[in-house]
Every structure is written in structure tokens, then in C-alpha cells.
Design a protein around this ligand. Structure first.
Ligand SMILES: Cc1ncc(COP(=O)(O)OP(=O)(O)O)c(N)n1
Ligand SMILES: Cc1nc(C(=O)O)sc1CCOP(=O)(O)O
Ligand SMILES: [Mg+2]
Length: 207
């Protein structure tokens, strides 16, 4: 499967009161990967929401990825995204199996991406590229690193951090496969606007 397109990531605060309607609006506009990102420790709610997302994703033929939590991903038989402090990649690959999508945060370091590739990552994520409402303190990454990543790695490359329709084009020009977006997608005033934005992100990646 080709991993290229919009990578929509949920945010429990931003989506409060409109969680499923906004996610469905994004799926309507086209989403290659949907990440469930919830930093709470409310296990019951996390399971309920992740199951609801899995059902939606099945309807729209979108792949669901769970942030941080390989056990929950294994329980739902979906993919996982791991940061540098979220646990080792190789045992997660063994747990989820060869077909599961596993992503790895590599900040601005090609060496981290090479290591992730060796350990079985399905894609590598670099960021942050712009000012981020969601994670203002994330380390920064340059556009030049993307071109280097495309040259030296044989995995889909994902960009994250402050991405909007107004600033995404240079990322695509530098070879990005996946645009990972929270606020620039779900910070919209209406579900119709979420769908419009999702379509427009995909349009950028088709060029
Ligand atoms: C696609 C994607 N890229 C990077 C991250 C960040 O992961 P991490 O560094 O573990 O930070 P948290 O998201 O867990 O706060 C991501 N989630 N998704
Ligand atoms: C979760 C996350 N990780 C980042 C990284 O650089 O690793 S930036 C980020 C936040 C992405 O949200 P927004 O699109 O609202 O900026
Ligand atoms: Mg994490």
C-alpha cells in the first residue's frame, strides 16, 4: 500500500463536542491515515473513542493509527505511532505483525530515521516545520532535511508541526509523502470547512 496523502490527527480538546462529526468530515474529504491522539489516562473513554474511529475508518477505507499506545493498537488490530520515548520499535513490530503500519518520530535527525527503518518502521516523521498551536515546544526541522531524507531513506516521509493549506506547498516540493495535520485541518469553524480543507490538502499532494 502506498502511504501518500493527508494524515489527519485528532486532538481531544480541539474536537470536544464535535469529535466524530469533524473526523467524518475529514474522511469525506480524503484521509490516508487517521491518528487517534489522546493524552488522557481515561482508558475506558480511549477504548470507546478508538473503537468508534476504527468503525468510521473501515467505512471510509482509511487506516487508523493509535498514538503512543501499542497495546491499544494490538487490541484493535490497527497501526501505531511511536515517539522517541514511547517504547522500542522492534518488539512493537513483533507484537503487531508485519502488515501493521508503524510510524516513528524522528524530529530533525536522519540518524533516528535510519535506525527506525532498520527496526521496521513503515514511515518516518520529521518536524516541527512551523509554529504549532498544538505542540509549540516541539523541536524545529528544516525543509532541507526533507530532501536529504528522501535521498537517503526508502520509506515514506511524513511532515508535522503547524502545517496549514497556506504553508504546505514547499513541504510537498521537498518530497513529503504524508502531511500530518491537527489544527490546520480540525481548527475549522464547520464540518464543511474540514471537508474542504481535507480535499485541498490532497490536491496539493497530487501535483
Ligand atoms: C505523524 C506524527 N509525527 C510525530 C508525532 C509526535 O510523536 P511524539 O514525539 O511521540 O509526541 P506526541 O504526539 O506523543 O505528543 C505524532 N504523534 N505523529
Ligand atoms: C504532535 C506533534 N508532534 C510534532 C513534532 O514535531 O514531532 S508537532 C505536533 C503537533 C501537530 O499539530 P499541529 O498540526 O496543530 O501543529
Ligand atoms: Mg508519543
Amino acid at each position: 500500500m502506498k502511504l501518500r496523502g493527508l494524515y489527519a490527527i485528532t486532538d481531544s480538546q480541539l474536537l470536544a463536542g464535535k469529535f466524530l462529526s469533524y473526523v467524518e468530515a475529514a474522511l469525506e474529504g480524503g484521509v490516508t491515515l487517521l491518528q487517534y491522539r489522546d493524552k488522557s489516562s481515561d482508558e475506558a473513554r480511549r477504548l470507546r473513542e478508538a473503537e468508534a474511529l476504527r468503525n468510521l475508518c473501515e467505512r471510509y477505507k482509511t487506516q487508523l493509527i493509535i498514538n503512543d499506545d501499542a497495546e491499544l493498537a494490538a487490541r484493535l488490530n490497527v497501526g501505531v505511532h511511536l515517539g522517541q520515548t514511547d517504547g522500542p520499535l522492534s518488539p512493537t513490530r513483533a507484537l503487531l505483525g508485519s502488515k501493521a503500519i508503524i510510524g516513528s518520530t524522528c524530529h530533525a535527525q536522519i540518524a533516528l530515521a535510519e535506525q527506525a527503518a532498520k527496526e521496521g518502521a513503515s514511515y518516518v516523521a520529521f518536524g516541527r516545520f512551523f509554529n504549532s498551536n498544538t505542540k509549540p515546544g516541539a523541536p524545529t526541522c528544516s525543509l532541507e532535511l526533507l530532501a536529504e531524507a528522501k535521498r537517503s531513506l526508502h520509506l515514506p516521509v511524513c511532515a508535522i508541526g503547524g502545517i496549514t493549506l497556506d504553508n504546505a506547498a514547499p513541504l510537498v516540493e521537498h518530497g513529503v509523502d504524508l502531511l500530518a495535520v491537527i489544527h490546520g485541518l480540525f481548527g475549522a469553524d464547520s464540518s464543511a470547512e474540514v471537508t474542504r480543507r481535507a480535499r485541498a490538502f490532497n490536491e496539493l499532494l497530487r501535483k
